[in-house]
Design a binder for this molecule. Structure first.
Ligand SMILES: NC(=O)c1ccc[n+]([C@@H]2O[C@H](COP(=O)([O-])OP(=O)(O)OC[C@H]3O[C@@H](n4cnc5c(N)ncnc54)[C@H](OP(=O)(O)O)[C@@H]3O)[C@@H](O)[C@H]2O)c1
Length: 380
């Protein structure tokens, strides 16, 4: 299969490269892309020998072009769109973080290329538009998120679904008090008990905003109303998600927690391969699996995401932009963890929602919201 990886230097991207390395006869990498980490890109160019490489800045593109004269080196958002539009690709893994994923995903869809989608922000911002265009073009959107990968495997007949059950590990603060969470340091917040991920998604996992983004993602991917999506905290992260059918049967997908498995599933679907070696889950050794309701007092961001999703329009994109900017400020040590919620809520309350927005309106609101969020910090 001819594939490209957008965001090959990130946590998902590097794990995808490991999956691909284990199956050299199955995959041929056409293009890869990174942001600022050109050291990792250098290694990947030598390893994968792609035709095209894209990097964020023009300056870094010039450096790489000199070092690798046989590789076509591109830069910026335009470079990502060019890579995503290349019809040589049979599948594209979109694993860039944040809003950078949206336009290349749409470009791949217009060119009828199937997508393995890790970048949940794409569906949070413009899920209606992306899914409608994918349908028009006969393009498959294959989820990489472990929860959505699980649901994808558990869904046989979509019409007979009673509800989707999305599991959450609960993050590093599951057993902490509201006050502990208010004063959590960046270091504590980045210490996720189960998953080793990029910084933005790790902070979102600590506030449970990540689970909220996944609820919106699931709504769009599987065309299920929000009332039929339940979040359940499951600290062992063995049950990756489940589907309850109208007859009361529940089908769940289980496995040892490893992102290699859902990445490989999205890249090789509909086939399954031995591929990368993973620990097998031992039911007897596991002894117990725990489940509990999420605590919305401690983690109010989850409530915000349900509200944004239900209201629809431009509100999910606005919530996403405000949250992302607030996360960056938290990582920079400028605000507390609690303020991510407070600021996002304030921005959402002040937003005049636009229903059935065009892509241009969504992107415009994204820019306005980011500026507004940044100006709130400056006033502090
Ligand atoms: N990590 C997980 O386990 C996981 C699970 C499910 C879903 N996801 C989703 O997958 C996506 C990626 O997550 P991650 O944890 O892999 O993030 P990450 O480690 O931060 O990696 C992000 C990737 O995007 C690139 N990038 C960032 N900004 C860019 C820009 N402006 N232009 C071009 N490239 C840019 C980065 O390049 P440089 O590093 O070179 O700057 C890197 O390759 C997110 O949407 C996340 O929600 C992640």
């Amino acid at each position: 299969m001819k594939i490209s990886i957008l965001g090959s230097t990130g946590s998902i991207g590097r794990q995808a490269v490991e999956v691909i390395q284990k199956m050299p006869d199955f995959f041929k990498v056409v293009s890869i892309s990174g942001g600022d980490n050109i050291e990792e890109l250098r290694k990947q160019i030598k390893l994968l020998n792609p035709q095209n490489v894209c990097v964020k800045s023009e300056q870094n593109a010039l450096i790489l072009q000199k070092e690798f004269p046989k590789t076509n080196v591109l830069s910026g958002d335009k470079g990502l769109i060019d890579i995503a539009s290349d019809k040589t690709n049979e599948r594209i893994l979109v694993s860039v973080s944040g809003k950078t994923g949206l336009k290349p995903t749409l470009a791949a869809i217009e060119n009828k290329i199937d997508i393995a989608l890790a970048n949940k922000e794409t569906l949070v911002m413009a899920g209606d538009i992306v899914m409608a265009r994918a349908k028009e073009n006969g393009v498959k959107i294959l989820p990489v998120d472990s929860e959505h990968g699980a649901i994808h495997q558990c869904l046989s007949k979509r019409t007979e679904v009673e509800k989707l059950i999305i599991t959450a590990s609960g993050g590093p603060f599951r057993n902490k008090t509201v006050d502990d969470i208010k004063n959590a340091t960046v270091e504590e917040t980045l210490h996720h008990p189960r998953w080793n991920m990029g910084k933005k998604i790790t902070i979102d996992s600590a506030t449970l905003m990540n689970k909220g983004l996944e609820v919106i993602e699931a709504h769009h991917l599987f065309n299920i109303p929000y009332e039929k999506i339940q979040v359940v905290v499951h600290p062992q992260s063995i049950v990756h998600s489940a589907v309850e059918y109208v007859d009361g049967s529940v089908i769940a997908q289980l496995g040892f927690p490893s992102m290699h498995i859902p990445i490989q599933y999205a890249l090789t679907y509909p086939d399954r391969h031995e591929g990368i070696e993973t620990k097998s889950f031992d039911f007897i050794k596991a002894q117990r699996l725990d489940f509990e309701a999420p605590d919305l007092e401690k983690f109010p961001c989850l409530k915000l995401a349900f509200e944004a999703g239900k209201q629809g329009g431009t509100l999910p994109a606005v919530m996403n932009a405000a949250n992302e900017e607030a996360v960056f400020m938290f990582l920079a040590g400028k605000i507390s963890l609690r303020e991510i919620y407070e600021i996002t809520k304030k921005i959402m309350n002040e937003h005049k929602n636009i229903q059935n927005p065009s892509l241009e309106q969504i992107l415009e609101q994204d820019i306005i919201t980011r500026e507004k969020t940044k100006s709130l910090f400056q006033k502090k």
